[in-house]
Write a protein that binds this ligand. Sequence first.
Ligand SMILES: Nc1ncnc2c1ncn2[C@@H]1O[C@H](COP(=O)(O)OP(=O)(O)OP(=O)(O)O)[C@@H](O)[C@H]1O
Length: 286
Amino acid sequence: MTTSLIDSPDVPVLGIQDRPVSIEVKNVTVSFKSSGKGQFTAVKDIDLTIGKGEIVSIIGHSGCGKSTLMNTISGMVSPSAGEVLVNGKRVTGPGPDRGIVFQNYSLLPWLTVYQNVYQAVDAVMPACSSEEKAEIVIRNLAMVNLSAHQDKRPGQLSGGMKQRVAIARAFSINPSVLLLDEPFGALDALTKGSMHVELLKLWNLDNRDKTIVMVTHDIEEAIFLSDRVVVMNDGPSATINQIVDINLPRPRHKKDIIHLPEYMAVHDKLLSLLVKTYSIDDEVVD
Ligand SMILES: Nc1ncnc2c1ncn2[C@@H]1O[C@H](COP(=O)(O)OP(=O)(O)OP(=O)(O)O)[C@@H](O)[C@H]1O
């Protein structure tokens, strides 16, 4: 049964206090130059510690600063104040220890699907033979069901297919930290479900050592995958509203967990943190 590969029950479930630290976001503020008005502060005074092997999701309204926070971890954005440490080292730019999947795929349009993935593997694993690198590329393209499309260029692919190439590329380099910015947003429900399974398989194969941080708008996805969910306040100067523990036992099977009282309670909690309720005449009822 495929689910036996996911979250094998013999791996102990660790709390954040039992894990070595993987990512430390320390008092991070990010301001951007804004046209005419000086500075725009997207996120302010963010403190977040993520343990090795944790899966943490970041949720919040559009524009609140989720990607900005994620990009300080990836090294694509430098904090205006504060610092980010990954595996104890200060982040000063992107690095092979962090695999990134963006919303906008970021594939090289002149390379084929195969070449896009191969290029990343080649850059990160120069000591491997070309046969080993080819094997990694082929295995990961098969994982995302793109073997038949490996000679196409990004311009010949659908949005969901491009996203799967980006996922295969991030998985291929086997980083200790995976940063996923709405990685499954462009996928249909069935593909999304199977990518959740693949993500957990990958995590499980590595003895749950890989740290995964994911931005998502999908509460169900966040609950199914995560150990903790970070709920952000609206910006400007967005802060963390609350960090919600997902104390659901692993392995988690989608069809089963949605009936658990713990699932319903945490779902309601996250929803109420995100959504304001409106009466029929549009008055806020809080
Ligand atoms: N390079 C930039 N220059 C100026 N402002 C920026 C820049 N990047 C982000 N912002 C602003 O920072 C705020 C947060 O943007 P960010 O993309 O982090 O939000 P988000 O929560 O990821 O949004 P979404 O859910 O819609 O993807 C927004 O107001 C955005 O306009």
